[in-house]
Ligand binder design. Structure first.
Ligand code: 15L
Length: 266
């Protein structure tokens, strides 16, 4: 039987990295984005916004699971976060429920807990929200929507608090927050296949030597990370210097996102 996975935000950064890695025999990826995409083998394309309930319901038809990556991936105005990231995430969950989709994986972010001080030690899987931006608030709201749909409607929902998912870490902070694309795919596969998870929050990071985040809950659902940012450490430290955890931008989990440049109210 063919498995069909709906990927929202398929044209975005994480979507582009995951698309080839989540392809496998017996699986169709239904790629949804507002940007134009063309379908490859075992792919379907839907051009639509996550805020359009009718389109989302059609996109969820016949789908086994949704991987919700869509929305703004950087800080944006409150209006845009409210519309696309918060209302859009509600729309994705509600459309999935109406179409009988049993599992939704939500791409949350470290910015949901960005104001956790680095001095606090390892950041737990269920660390209480301390968002650093409108974007972070939107991720907290998305986690809450997922928790609500899991408890009320019995859906399986996993919120993945992604660190930094890029081909390579781009600065010394990412030595701690990096999730390699291959580990990202391993984690999303675990999220898709673990039996009856109910509602979970897991960290989306590689097994980094300088890691800050618990991997306990991710490992509990079957994630076996294989990458470590340490292979990039010498090069990045030579370029940017050793990170000082008592100085900006390293004092908080969210890094520079906690600084004044990200204050959209000013
Ligand atoms: C995120 O949530 C962003 O989407 C991404 O662009 C990175 O900035 C990442 O967090 C990060 O904290 O490195």
């Amino acid at each position: 039987m063919t498995e069909r996975i709906l990927l929202t935000g398929a044209a975005g950064g994480v979507g582009t990295l995951m698309r080839p890695r989540l392809a496998k025999p017996g699986r169709v990826l239904r790629l949804l984005d507002i940007a134009e995409l063309s379908a490859g083998d075992s792919e379907e394309v839907v051009r639509a916004s996550v805020t359009d309930m009718d389109a989302m319901e059609r996109a969820c038809e016949g789908v086994d699971a949704v991987l919700h990556l869509g929305g703004h991936s950087l800080e944006a105005s409150w209006k845009d976060i409210l519309d696309v990231n918060i209302n859009g995430t509600y729309t994705v969950f509600e459309a999935a429920r109406r179409q009988g989709v049993r599992r939704v994986i939500f791409a949350s972010s470290n910015h949901a807990v960005g104001f956790v001080p680095r001095s606090a030690g390892e950041v737990g899987d269920y660390a209480f929200p301390r968002p650093d931006t409108n974007y972070g608030v939107g991720k907290v709201a998305g986690e809450a929507i997922g928790s609500h749909y899991a408890d009320r409607y019995g859906m399986d929902v996993i919120s993945v608090r992604i660190g930094s998912c890029f081909e390579k870490p781009r600065d010394t902070r990412m030595l701690s927050t990096w999730m390699s694309p291959d580990d990202g795919a391993r984690l999303f596969e675990a999220c898709l296949s673990t039996p009856n998870p109910g509602y979970r929050v897991v960290w989306g990071v590689s097994d980094n030597t300088r890691g800050w985040f618990s991997l306990a809950e991710a490992k509990a659902i079957g994630y076996l990370p294989q990458d470590d940012s340490e292979v990039f450490a010498a090069e990045l430290i030579a370029e940017h210097g050793e990170p000082r955890l008592d100085e900006d931008p390293h004092r908080f989990v969210g890094g520079a996102w906690c600084g004044p440049d990200m204050d959209t109210a000013r």
